[in-house]
Structure formats: structure tokens, C-alpha cells
Write a protein that binds this ligand. Structure first.
Ligand code: GLN
Length: 479
């Protein structure tokens, strides 16, 4: 048995019955990384970790995990796959990292991402692109493409990602794994390097739904160091893993099945709906009328917040510092300019400019403020439906993974791959992507389920029932 191909819950059972050891699990993951990461390029950095045999038995979850390169790990380099943060070592652990360390997790390394989590393909990285394990000339999705690819290639048992507009769910869908964006405020963002603070949320990327629940158990909870984390009790999410959807009412938003949706994706999602219908859930076509404004609203909100959040990278406190050859304005201003010129990639610069524009006086009302108002309308659409429905269901992404290089020069078409995912961030609701089939080219397809705030248990229940009655999650890549 190849340990690295097992799920975390299977490994925890083996550990409990003394059929394996944390060292053996770690070893199998390292062997896989050596074998396939030269092709997949999921990791940007590996940690030198060993399992301490004295503490191994007292650890509750000694499972190797990949961490997206935007979460602070004490004394380790964290760069958001950006040149500007090269050499930055975090002076503290993010809350999620602290919780993982306490649980005994073995942090194997940092996974690749789009620079500052801006992108949908993991091509916007200063380390180069990550490749989709199912088809190496395709993207793994983004921005948590490294985490999703690592899990799909069995180079990690599970991983952590962050989702601002779809960055956990879309790569999970492209790589055939499970990705959960929890409710805004369910998981602390303390120590997550900010992209768009009102949208960012950390979540698990796993091989199956049970692992997603287990990992959320480890990372969820109130944190006084994050003023937007919510002080509400955290249930034991394993209790939500019930193979039963009888009587649940699920809405199918008609706006998620329009032009642009690839027929193979549509067919797979419709088949998934049929499977859940056979298990006793009832379905009804519904409408989220403001969906068409989602992308515009998201890109105004996200770029505005990013332009503010990224103002701190000026060569003074973090990462690199560059000086131009010739003095232009003043030594200090020149240093700011040159550091940002050299340090940021093209997409990050584009977003800083867009966001600065939306926030500037004269345009603020027309763009940013208008965006906030439309955001409320989008949220109201969901509130209305959730008073009647237990969940909503549809595709995670309109297509399967595209070829590396296909969209890099067309930012608008890249932005459209988030069309079904951004609304959950704008509304703060939880959403999960689970594998629901393959295209003719054998590229994975993802099914998205959304529920009202703090109803992660509902997502797990539906996703688990679907998983128990299908076997997409059992198909894996053999690299
Ligand atoms: N792809 C989206 C973007 O480029 C979402 C990114 C994310 O969720 N971090 O902004």
C-alpha cells in the first residue's frame, strides 16, 4: 500500500491500529515529491522536517500537509510567490499554522500560487507555473494551484489554500479534489498575507469530504487577533458526514447554466443532481438575478482592497530593497519605485492600478461605492433563496483546466473563469467543490454546493452523500 495515496482519515485509522507510523507516512510523501514534483512543480519550498518519535504518539493529527505560500510560518520564508517578498521570514505563526502545529501536523512545504493570490491558473508566480497532474500541459487552476496539484499528485495528504474569489474551489475542481471555502469569519485570517481582506478566507483542500471536515475541525474557530473572525461555537464537523439528503430542498440557479458553460461540465453537473435526486433531495430551478454583476463587482472590490493592502511593500520592512542606478526623484522615493517595479509582476501591478483608480476621488462614488451597493444586492439574492432552500448547486467553473499559456495574455477571459465562485466571497457564504466527473480528455470536473453562512455542516452532508454514492473521488493520478 502506498501510504501517500491514502486519505488522512484512512491514515489516522492505520496509526490508531499501529499499522503504520508518522515517519513512514512522511517518507512516502517525500518519495512522491522526489518522483513527480519536477513535473508538477507544486512546491516552492520544502521544509526540513522530521517526526520526533517522542512526540509522535501524543500528536492527534500527525499528517503531512502542504501550505499555500501566503501564510506566515514562524522563521520560515513566506513569499506569496512574489519577488518582492523574497527573503521575508515571518516573525510569528498565522493562527491556522499555530492550530495545525498544535494538532501535530507535519508542514512539508509551501505550495506555489499566483502572486499575492491574484489569478486563476498559478501562472502568475515568480517561481514559474505549476502543472496539472492530470495533464501536465494544463494549468491546475489558481490561485491555490500548488496546494490542489500537490494533493492530486499525492505529494501531500492534504493542503491549505485561501479563497478570495474562488482560489480554493476552482483549482480543486481542475485537479479533481475537494476544496472548501468556509463562511467569512469561520477561520481566522490572522497571519494570512492579505489580498482583499473582506473576501479572503482560508480553507482545506483534500482528497475527500471526510478529510475536509476533519481539517476544518482543526483550523476553525474564533480568534481575538482577527476582528472579523466570528465568536460562534464550532461544531464537530465529522458529525455532519451523514449519507442522507432525504427531504432537503436544493436550488439550481439558472444563471449558472448559461452560455459559456462547457457542455461536458453541464452534463456532469446535471448527472450529479440526478444522483442526489435519487437519494431523496428535491430540486427546483431558482434565480440569482444579480449574478451577471458578480465579476465586475468582485474585480472592483478586490483590486481596491489589494491596492491598499499592498501599499506596505515598499522596500522598508519586508523582502527585497532595490535602488535605481541613477537618482530620479529622491533616494527614498526612488527606492520605493524601484523596489515595486522590480518586485511586483504584471498582474499585481495591473490590479494595484485598477484599485487605485476605483478609490481615487472623483471615481470612488462611481466605482467603489457602487460596487459595494451591488455587493449587497448579490448578497440579498442569496439571503432570499436561503430562507427557502437548504443549499444551491451548480458548476464550480465553466470549463475544465485550460492549457498553460492559453489565457495569460487575455486577463478578461482569465477573470471569467471565476464567474461561479466570486459570489460566495462577495456574500460571505460557505461553498464546496467536489469532483463530479471527467471530460473526454480526462480532465476533472467540479460540482459546487453553496449554503447559508455557518452552514458548513449542510455542505458536508450533501457532499458526503454524493461522494458515498459515486466514485469520482477514488480516481487518482498515477505519477
Ligand atoms: N481568480 C481570482 C482572482 O484572480 C480569485 C483569486 C483568489 O481567490 N485568491 O482574483
Amino acid at each position: 500500500m502506498e501510504l501517500n495515496r491514502q486519505t488522512a482519515h484512512e491514515l489516522l485509522d492505520l496509526l490508531k491500529n499501529k499499522k503504520t507510523t508518522p515517519e513512514a507516512i512522511l517518507d512516502s510523501v517525500h518519495k512522491q515529491i522526489q518522483k513527480s514534483d519536477k513535473d508538477v512543480k507544486a512546491y516552492v519550498r520544502l521544509n526540513q522536517n522530521k517526526v520526533d518519535p517522542k512526540t509522535a504518539n501524543s500528536r492527534s493529527v500527525p499528517i503531512p500537509i502542504g501550505i499555500k505560500d501566503n501564510m506566515c510560518i514562524l522563521d520560515e520564508e513566506t513569499t506569496c510567490s512574489s519577488r518582492i517578498l523574497k527573503g521575508f521570514k515571518a516573525p510569528y505563526d498565522a493562527t491556522v499554522i499555530e492550530k495545525l502545529k498544535k494538532s501535530g501536523a507535519i508542514l512539508i512545504g509551501n505550495t506555489n500560487m499566483d502572486e499575492f493570490a491574484m489569478g486563476s491558473s498559478t501562472e502568475n508566480s515568480c517561481y514559474g507555473a505549476t502543472h496539472n497532474p492530470w495533464k501536465l500541459d494544463c494549468v491546475p487552476g489558481g490561485s491555490s494551484g500548488g496546494s490542489a496539484a500537490a494533493v492530486a499528485a499525492s505529494e501531500a495528504i492534504w493542503a491549505i489554500g485561501s479563497d478570495t474569489g474562488g482560489s480554493i474551489r476552482q483549482p480543486a475542481s481542475f485537479c479533481g479534489v475537494v476544496g472548501l471555502k468556509p463562511t467569512y469569519g469561520r477561520v481566522s485570517r490572522y497571519g494570512l498575507i492579505a489580498f482583499a481582506s473582506s473576501l479572503d478566507q482560508i480553507g482545506p483542500i483534500t482528497k475527500d469530504v471526510t478529510d475536509s471536515a476533519l481539517l476544518l475541525n482543526v483550523i476553525a474557530g474564533y480568534d481575538e487577533r482577527d476582528s472579523t473572525s466570528v465568536n460562534a461555537p464550532v461544531p464537530d464537523y465529522r458529525q455532519a458526514l451523514k449519507n442522507n439528503v432525504k427531504g432537503l430542498k436544493i436550488g439550481i440557479p439558472k444563471e449558472y447554466f448559461v452560455q459559456g458553460l462547457h457542455p461536458e461540465v453541464k452534463n456532469a453537473v446535471m448527472a450529479a443532481i440526478e444522483a442526489l435526486k435519487n437519494k431523496g433531495a428535491t430540486f427546483k430551478k431558482v434565480s440569482l438575478p444579480h449574478t451577471e454583476y458578480g465579476i465586475a463587482t468582485y474585480y472592483i472590490t478586490a483590486t481596491s482592497e489589494a491596492s491598499s493592502n499592498l501599499a506596505r511593500y515598499d522596500g522598508v520592512q519586508y523582502g527585497i530593497r532595490e535602488l535605481p542606478k541613477k537618482t530620479r526623484k529622491s533616494p527614498l522615493l526612488d527606492m520605493y519605485d524601484e523596489t515595486r517595479h522590480v518586485g511586483f509582476g504584471a498582474e499585481v501591478k495591473r490590479r494595484i492600478m485598477l484599485g487605485t483608480y476605483s478609490l481615487s476621488s472623483g471615481y470612488y462614488d462611481a466605482y467603489y461605492l457602487k460596487g459595494l451597493k451591488v455587493r449587497t444586492l448579490i448578497k440579498n439574492d442569496f439571503d432570499k433563496l436561503f430562507s427557502e432552500f437548504d443549499a444551491l448547486i451548480g458548476p464550480t467553473s465553466p470549463t475544465t483546466a485550460f492549457k498553460i499559456g492559453d489565457k495569460v495574455n487575455d486577463p478578461l477571459s482569465m477573470y471569467l473563469s471565476d464567474i461561479y465562485t466570486v459570489s460566495a466571497n462577495l456574500s460571505g457564504i460557505p461553498a464546496i467543490s467536489v469532483p463530479c466527473g471527467f471530460s473526454k480528455e480526462r480532465l476533472p470536473i467540479g460540482l459546487q454546493i453553496m449554503a447559508k453562512p455557518f452552514a458548513e455542516e449542510m455542505l458536508f452532508r450533501i457532499a458526503y452523500t454524493y461522494e458515498q454514492n459515486t466514485d469520482w473521488h477514488k480516481q487518482s493520478v498515477n505519477l
